[in-house]
Design a protein. Structure first.
Length: 109
């Protein structure tokens, strides 16, 4: 089943994004409306609607997303000064795009 949300389009390379990292299971790109000096989105290639839709088979991708956040924080020079990893869950939790994604935010002085 092919999903057509904007993150699925970005994952497939059909919509523009400033990619920072890619592998077989996820992509990392800059948020187009950053809320911090460093604001990256870590997005699985598999369409998962939200944290509420994670199945047992998705446990690996969630831990890989967190490890990617740690790696990107180090690469962007914010690992030692501090950063946030944030999942927004459903509309009431601030989720706007319904494709699982992890925000990496940091770089404040």
């Amino acid at each position: 089943m092919v999903h057509d949300c904007i993150f699925c389009q970005i994952v497939r390379g059909e919509a523009p994004a400033e990619y920072i990292y890619k592998n077989d299971s996820l992509v990392v790109f800059k948020d187009i409306h950053p809320h911090a000096p460093v604001h990256l989105l870590i997005v699985p290639r598999k369409h998962i609607r939200s944290i509420n839709n994670i199945d047992d088979e998705d446990d690996g991708i969630v831990s890989e997303m967190i490890r990617a956040g740690k790696m990107m924080a180090k690469e962007k020079g914010i690992a030692e000064t501090g950063y946030k990893l944030l999942f927004n869950v459903e509309r009431g939790g601030g989720q706007v795009i319904f494709h699982l994604h992890l925000h990496l935010l940091g770089g404040w002085k």
